[in-house]
Design a protein around this ligand. Structure first.
Ligand SMILES: [Zn+2]
Length: 313
């Protein structure tokens, strides 16, 4: 074997090893997280998927947690200490030691989950109790709704590994779309166009692109018949101008990628039922929430990616 082959072989082996290592680290990190949620659940009576949902929510609003951390939860020091500054001597907040070392550490995952669990449990362990506890903790409706939705998704699928995606229309349908994000609207006033229009025939099925919960369904003057789904990454997916909704799809339902939610239409720009003022298309919008406010971003690159993924399946 000459030197060049040896170098190439070494690179190849290193590459394969890294691939395995990355997969292994990723899988083990998730099982470590799950073990921690379940352990805390066993000692606090708060179902594991609420801890998972709180962690998932905070994962989206903070930078990645440091290496030594398993969860992304960052308690407010005021919640933790009970007073405005960190006191080592007279803490009167919810911070407590959950890992048996007697030290109360605001950066220790076990201490954090244990303290949070005890705090929530002080309100009770039913869904409504937990919702009230979360509201008093975050003091923001959208945050509470997002966490409750995510918990529902985790409960249904019994895992936090929910990475699948789908393209909103069947690939065999006759459709077309361009990157029109930010263009001036043809209809609807001066707001910029917040989404991608996918043109297709009346009645082509419209599918959820993600795991999530149906948060809104109904008529809007501009959007026509439309559905909003909040996913587990603090992203709201908006499907507008539908011809109609799939039977049985209701607000509060858990959906997965590929679930049919309605069909392509041309509704909107008038009182309920108005249709045909423009060619049939699906208006698809995406909105990110960072824990303080929500903003629209361009779905086009994601649609391209999901279309490619769907084609490869
Ligand atoms: Zn549109």
């Amino acid at each position: 074997m000459n030197i060049r082959s040896k170098v190439l072989l070494t690179i190849l082996i290193a590459g394969i090893c890294q691939l395995f290592l990355v997969n292994y680290v990723f899988a083990s990190e998730e099982s470590e997280r799950m073990a921690l949620y379940k352990k805390t659940s066993a000692v606090t009576d708060i179902p594991w998927y609420y801890f998972a949902a709180i962690d998932q929510y905070e994962r989206q609003i903070h930078d990645d947690p440091p290496e030594y951390r398993v969860t992304a939860i960052q308690p407010d020091p005021l919640f933790w200490n009970g007073i405005d500054y960190p006191s080592m001597f007279f803490p009167s907040g919810w911070g407590a030691s959950g890992n048996g070392d007697k030290k109360i550490d605001i950066t220790n995952d076990e201490d954090i989950l244990w303290s949070l669990g005890n705090y929530i449990k002080s309100y009770g362990t039913t869904k409504d109790d937990i919702r009230i506890a979360l509201w008093n903790y975050y003091k923001r409706d959208l945050t509470v709704q997002t966490i409750m939705n995510t918990a529902k998704v985790f409960k249904k699928f019994q895992t936090v590994s929910l990475e699948d995606r789908d393209f909103p229309l069947p690939l065999e349908a006759n459709y077309s779309y361009n990157n029109t994000w930010g263009d001036a609207r043809g209809f609807g006033g001066r707001r910029i166009h917040e989404g991608t229009d996918i043109f297709a025939n009346y009645g082509v099925p419209v599918k959820s692109t993600t795991y999530g919960v149906v948060e809104m369904k109904g008529w809007n003057e501009y959007g026509g018949w439309r559905i909003g789904i909040r996913d587990i990454f603090n992203i709201y997916h908006y499907y507008a101008h539908l011809n109609g909704f799939k039977d049985g799809v209701n607000v509060g339902d858990v959906v997965k990628p590929g679930d049919v939610i309605g069909s392509v239409g041309a509704t909107g720009y008038g009182p309920p039922g108005t249709s045909g003022k423009f060619p049939p298309h699906l208006h698809y919008g995406m909105y990110q929430d960072n824990g303080e406010h929500e903003w629209s971003f361009d779905p086009y690159p994601y649609l391209k990616r999901w279309e490619k993924l769907a084609r490869e399946q």
